[in-house]
Design a protein around this ligand. Structure first.
Ligand code: IMO
Ligand code: MG
Length: 420
């Protein structure tokens, strides 16, 4: 069977949680392959709401196996908090439903402090990180200093932990960062003990064995424009967010990839710093933020808002070989008289239809304008219910992107989903 992948195609927060939860019905296995608790995947169903950080969004489906892959960075403290919350609200036996890769890297409390110290040192040029320790943990992974989930089972784990912590303390002291590196150590060790309740797997063997007779859905975190290689570097996250990341992050060959579902919002948002060509600083941006409730699920920060950017979107579609597009939050545009989409740029005075290399280039969007549909889309349950103006708008996008839009979401609930 195939590994299908669901990805965010913009700057994160596209609605991946909802779509994985909807699609998970068709998949016995759901796996996270990169990122960590910088993600905040929101799910709404049966009057309940959850924000998932490290746990795959298949957790609420009764028979699904949920894998935390080796490409993920796992914070035991956050993870335990997430599990406790789900157990308290639903009674779901999370220990039975989640399997964790031995090779996933551990986020130590001092990784979070280093994240804060790095950001403080950058001053105005800061990334706007979620301060969850993501960058420093991947740094330790690549520089071959990290600790992995499998290490918690080793008899000398505490010594190895202290060695890494002491490295961090030296760095924090060098940076003159005031903090108490021991403050969360007891909570960390308690959460590490909790991890031992879960099956800790050889992810690559586990996934490949399952794929012999089960379909699997890989759940991306963040978005393509935050990819470490292809995003707007240095204003990116520290993992590979494109489809290829699913292979490395789960130990699965590219030949096993099936559908690549690319998720985008009908407009754009970004949290943190970095280029955002279609950003709106006026009432329209304010209106999008309000209607779309665009405030960070992890940090509560107001998200920057702007019109849909088809140049950036087409770039993301290309990078991941997207086969099926999923459009979220279409209903948030219901009350706009006219709707704009960016179809090319003027980069440093020159026309261009490419995402530029230079993160600090002057990028001006060139827009195509559409008449608004002024209809409440949340009442639409099938293709035929959709207004003509909306159909024109999506036809234009499909032609531009050369990929069909298969699913249209018209509200946060599981049920507010139109399949085409
Ligand atoms: P989900 O999965 C939106 C952004 C941060 C910052 C940059 C680097 O919910 O879509 P990091 O903490 O990763 O070092 O921050 O990336 N960022 C996200 N933005 N959604 C996310 O995840 C994000 N994860 C990280 O705001 O600009
Ligand atoms: Mg988010």
């Amino acid at each position: 069977m195939k590994l299908d992948v669901v990805l965010g195609l913009q700057w994160g927060d596209e609605g991946k949680g909802k779509m994985v939860d909807v699609l998970a019905n068709n998949y016995p296995v759901v796996a996270r392959f990169q990122g960590g608790p910088n993600a905040g995947h929101s799910l709404h169903f049966e009057g309940k709401s959850f924000v998932l950080r490290s746990i795959p969004s298949g957790i609420f489906r009764k028979d699904a196996i949920n894998i935390i892959g080796n490409g993920v960075v796992l914070d035991p403290i956050t993870f335990k908090g997430e599990c406790d919350n789900i157990i308290a609200k639903t009674g779901i036996p999370v220990e039975e439903r989640i399997k964790i890769s031995k090779k996933a890297h551990l986020i130590l409390p001092t990784h979070r402090l280093l994240d804060a110290a790095n950001e403080a040192a950058m001053g105005k040029g800061k990334i706007g990180s979620t301060l969850k320790g993501i960058g420093p943990t991947y740094t330790d992974k690549v520089s071959r200093n990290g600790l992995r989930v499998g290490d918690i089972l080793a008899p000398d784990f505490k010594e190895r932990f202290s060695k890494l912590k002491n490295r961090h303390v030296t760095l924090l002291n060098q940076m003159g960062f005031q903090c108490d590196p021991e403050a969360e150590e007891a909570a960390f060790m308690e959460a590490v003990e909790y991890l031992k309740k879960f099956e800790i797997i050889d992810c690559e063997y586990y996934t490949n064995k399952l794929l012999k007779d089960k379909g699997m859905l890989a759940e991306g975190a963040q978005g393509s424009m935050l990819d470490i290689d292809y995003g707007s570097y240095p204003f990116v996250t520290s993992s590979s967010t494109a489809a290829a990341g699913a292979c490395i992050g789960l130990g699965v060959s590219p030949s096993k990839i099936g559908h690549v579902y690319g998720i985008f919002k009908a407009y754009c948002t970004r949290v943190g710093s970095g280029p955002f060509p279609t950003e709106l600083f006026d009432e329209t941006g304010e209106k999008l933020r309000k209607i779309g409730n665009e405030f960070g699920a992890v940090t509560g920060r107001p998200r920057r808002c702007g019109w849909l950017d088809l140049v950036a979107l087409k770039y993301a579609v290309m990078l991941s070989g997207v086969t099926d597009l999923i459009m979220m939050k279409s209903d948030c545009l219901d009350s706009f008289e006219s709707i704009k989409v960016c179809t090319s740029y003027i980069v440093d005075g020159q026309p261009s239809d490419q995402w530029p290399y230079d993160t600090f280039a002057d990028i001006k969007p060139v827009y195509t304008e559409f008449k608004g549909w002024n209809t409440d889309l949340t009442h639409c349950t099938k293709e035929e219910d959709l207004p003509a103006e909306f159909k024109d708008y999506i036809k234009f996008m499909e032609e531009y992107l050369e990929v069909p839009i298969r699913i249209i979401s018209v509200g946060p609930d599981r049920e507010a989903t139109i399949r085409r």
